[in-house]
Design a protein around this ligand. Structure first.
Ligand SMILES: [Zn+2]
Ligand SMILES: [Zn+2]
Length: 351
């Protein structure tokens, strides 16, 4: 039996590398050689440090990693579109395919308790040499995008693209991004291409603020603190921003994003976990503001995003600051947990 290396997360801030059998694709399934697998903030928050997640975030002791891209090396019977040699991205939640949410392409919110299984959470993920995936979860990765670009399309850039579609971004908008981790950096990159007039970023980490400036993803960056609302107003003629995107999941940062949004403006929450406190009358009602929530994205919007990335010559790989071989997955996760980085990637087969 052919064996492969794979990384598991026991939940005490360590990574366990094990040898497991290479799976064989069944009906409607493909086997990918994993080329790139990036680490997500939610892996750290809900799995790596300790197993906190319930329901869709419940980690079932499977091979970790829900942000893979790779090349098909085998197909099972019944595949209809993809073939050996194709470069692909994996939508990171495999849904039942036939509930209302799945039919809309939002397998993230599949309502089937029996069939909804996320890669790296309830079914084996991409921190391994090979990954078994369902054909219906695949998105074509064009030749002009790298595997590291592809790995970030589903969860990272896709999640942001969805949120930005909800609030709409155009050239008349100043945009505030609270939280400049990989998702916030993706928001900066996409707002830039969508033509935002001014992009202001907030983060507690000086390293992350510097990454945002170095890559030209923000025009101004602010150190997170109690003066942020006033500082944002100073950059926007005293009015505040037309659009705000919270990528922090932090209570204070969310309140800043709500309060620094101008009259008739829109704010969207992407960052997960935590709480927020605000005063509805002065903070949103009297200024006619709208608050959106946005969870991941859909398969059709992911395909649209991939097409746009090619047309824009936008490479999500640019926010990857560190790459590790699979043998060093442990170093990769501990760096991501430290926050002293942009996006961190594991590239199986690179060693
Ligand atoms: Zn993710
Ligand atoms: Zn479903």
């Amino acid at each position: 039996m052919k064996m492969m290396k794979a990384a598991f997360l026991p939940g005490d801030s360590t990574v366990e590398l094990k040898k497991v059998p290479v799976p064989e694709p069944g009906h409607g399934e493909v086997l990918l050689a994993v080329k790139a697998s990036t680490i997500c903030g939610s892996d750290i928050r809900a799995i790596y440090r300790e197993h906190l997640g319930k329901g869709p975030e419940g980690y079932q002791g499977v091979i970790a990693g829900h942000e893979p891209a790779g090349q098909i090396v085998a197909t099972g019977p019944g595949c209809r579109r993809f073939k050996v040699g194709d470069r692909v991205i994996v939508y990171h939640i495999s849904g039942c395919g036939v509930c209302n949410d799945c039919r809309r392409g939002y397998m993230i919110s599949c309502t089937s308790a029996e069939y909804r299984r996320a890669y790296g959470w309830q079914r084996d993920g991409g921190m391994a040499e090979y990954l078994l995936a369902e054909e219906k979860d695949l998105i074509h990765l064009p030749d002009s995008l790298t595997y590291l670009d592809g790995a970030q399309v589903a969860c990272g850039f896709g999640t942001v693209y969805e949120a930005l579609q909800k609030v709409g971004i155009d050239g008349s908008h100043a945009v505030l991004i609270t939280g400049l981790g990989p998702v916030g950096l993706a928001a900066g990159a996409l707002c830039r291409k969508l033509g935002a007039e001014k992009i202001i970023g907030v983060d507690i980490s000086a390293e992350r603020r510097q990454i945002a400036l170095n890559l030209g993803l923000c025009d101004y960056v602010l150190s997170a603190g109690p003066e942020n609302v006033n500082e944002v107003r100073e950059f926007t003629g005293g009015e505040g921003v037309e659009r705000a995107v919270d990528c922090s999941g932090n209570a204070d940062a969310r309140a800043v994003a709500i309060r620094a949004t101008r009259k008739w403006g829109k704010m969207v929450m992407v960052g997960e976990g935590g709480t927020v406190a605000f005063n509805p009358s002065p903070d949103i009602i009297h200024d006619q503001k709208t608050i959106y929530g946005s969870w991941v994205t859909s398969t059709w919007l992911m395909e649209e995003l991939v097409e746009r990335l090619v047309r824009w010559n936008l490479h999500p790989e640019d926010i990857v600051t560190h790459r590790f071989p699979l043998e060093q997955a442990s170093e990769a996760y501990s760096l991501m947990a430290s926050g002293h980085c942009g996006k961190v990637a594991v590239c199986p087969g690179a060693e």
